[in-house]
Design a protein around this ligand. Structure first.
Ligand SMILES: [Mg+2]
Length: 504
């Protein structure tokens, strides 16, 4: 797979590349990891006396980019404008009319405490538990829990507790074969970058013992003989506390090896090696590089790319491993998409004809606009015929449109799509990440010297790439039959507009 660009990035102008660890340099089998995280969480909640023994992790119910609605106990998928396109209350999906009624006047705004964005694959277990416990709370079986926001706060506290205790990470270290998905090409991609003169950084929230164990496991076997992974990195910064690492001045410590003791470092970073905490300003100072010369790559939409971009203007890359499965699903459904696009073009043509006939009938009845000689019965027959055709179109389009909205995940569809538009995650990704890709080793395709160009931005008035619709642009289509199916049936014709976003 390739690297996709939102904003043109000249790798030759990049002096340093920083990497996150978890789900960036080290990838995990998501279902195994999140299942164990869920089980730890369930155990902790059972310890509070909550009735959770019958609950099981369901990886199909959550995807990255969904949003928890803490006011209503819902999980929603929103489009790039914040309009809710799909929602469930607890584990029950809302019917179209109910969803429209509930969210008709509500936009998802991640700046409000009401909404919790699932930023990373680590969020799937908490999202799943939240949805399931909303059902339990609604049954009145969680005494003492004061609503959905309180429910989420308690879940989050227990989950953090489980992570903090390190039990889960202890299991990973003890049995990495089960949890870690190796990428033999990854160390070579980093070696290329280092040998081209770039300074490499590892900046992770994980503690040093866990970082060391994971990097030993994932990198050691694939590096040239005699080389240690630490030699790849100018700086290894553990316990970084991102996103605060990018936005606040936190204390820095030097890790004294081999015992791992921490020594305060009030003078900042003074040499290559292993550091604990601190902040991004100290990295810039040590490297003598400014924001535009540093690329940071991570998997957390907020903690890795959004804050480093917003606060420091670092160049940013997002790792979105799910892209691989999603692009395969899209490729497998190409004939379905083409069929749907062809039917939508025909439907749009009928809608234009119907609008014209309605207008002629209106002019004839009101006796203006030169339509006085038209025969009313004939126009009414034509209107009836077109309406019947459109109903028939909707019946044929609905199952196809439904199938395209269930690609990759039968409940939520594609990560970066919401209905016929981009998803809220896609919007976050466009704003925060200059580039995105499914795995770091995809840099191998582009070399450290590539000029990664973003495709030309497009607007609705730009020429359409792909099959054009015939006739003049239609006015807003009249909702001849305002059903969920017709709303969903405004499927995919716009999707070809932008062309490929692959970097060249
Ligand atoms: Mg990470």
């Amino acid at each position: 797979m390739t690297i996709f660009c939102n904003r043109t990035l000249n790798l030759r102008a990049i002096g340093a590349v920083g990497y996150d660890l978890d789900y960036t340099l080290v990838h995990y089998h998501v279902e195994h990891w999140e299942c164990r995280a869920y089980e730890h969480l369930r155990e902790a909640l059972a310890g509070l006396g909550w009735p959770v023994s019958g609950l099981e992790f369901d990886p199909r119910r959550m995807i990255r980019g969904l949003v928890l609605d803490l006011d209503l106990g819902n999980v929603v998928k929103a489009d790039r404008f914040g309009f809710v396109k799909r929602a469930c209350h607890g584990t029950r999906f809302l019917e179209f009319e109910e969803q429209r009624r509930v969210y008709a006047r509500t936009l998802v705004d991640l700046g409000e405490p009401r909404w919790v964005f699932l930023n990373t694959l680590f969020s799937l277990s908490e999202g799943c538990m939240f949805a399931q416990l909303v059902d339990v709370l609604d049954r009145g079986a969680l005494p003492g829990v004061l609503g959905y926001a309180d429910l989420y706060r308690r879940i989050k506290a227990e989950l953090d507790e489980a992570h903090m205790a390190g039990r889960l990470k202890g299991e990973i270290v003890a049995d990495p074969d089960r949890f870690v998905e190796l990428d033999p090409d990854l160390p070579l991609a980093l070696l290329d970058q280092r040998e081209s003169g770039k300074k490499l950084l590892l900046v992770t929230n994980s503690e040093w013992p866990y970082t060391a164990a994971m990097m030993d496991y994932a990198f050691g076997r694939f590096l040239p003989r005699g080389m240690h992974w630490r030699e790849l990195f100018e700086l290894t910064i553990v316990a970084a506390r991102k996103p605060d690492f990018f936005s606040r001045s936190l204390p820095l410590f030097e890790v004294v090896e081999p015992d791992g003791l921490l020594r305060p470092a009030p003078g900042g970073i003074t040499r290559p090696g292993l550091w604990h905490g601190g902040h991004a300003g100290q990295v810039e100072q040590y490297l003598k590089l400014s924001g535009e010369q540093i690329l940071y790559v991570g998997d957390h939409v907020w903690g890795d790319v959004k804050v480093s971009k917003t606060v420091l203007r670092w160049r940013t890359g997002l790792v979105l491993r799910e892209l691989e499965g999603e692009l395969a699903a899209v490729a497998g459904a190409r004939s379905l998409e083409e069929q749907l696009a062809a039917m939508m073009r025909e439907k749009e043509q009928r809608e234009r004809e119907l609008s014209q006939v309605r207008l002629r009938l209106q002019r004839r009845r009101r006796r203006y606009g030169g339509a006085e000689r038209e025969a009313i019965p004939e126009l009414e027959r034509e209107l009836g015929r077109l309406r019947a055709e459109l109903v028939a179109f909707d019946d044929r389009i609905a199952p196809l449109a439904q199938a395209t909205t269930a690609l990759a995940n039968e409940h939520w569809g594609l990560l970066l799509r919401a209905g016929n538009d981009k998803s809220h995650l896609a919007r976050q990704l466009e704003r925060a990440a200059d580039i995105y890709t499914s795995r770091v080793s995809n840099f191998l395709r582009h070399t450290p010297f590539a000029y990664l160009r973003a495709p030309r931005g497009s607007m609705p008035h730009d020429p359409v790439v792909g099959p054009a619709t015939s006739g003049p642009p239609a006015p807003a289509p009249a909702p001849e039959r305002a059903t969920p199916r017709s709303a969903a049936g405004t499927g995919s014709p716009g999707r070809g507009r932008r062309g490929s976003r692959s970097c060249r």
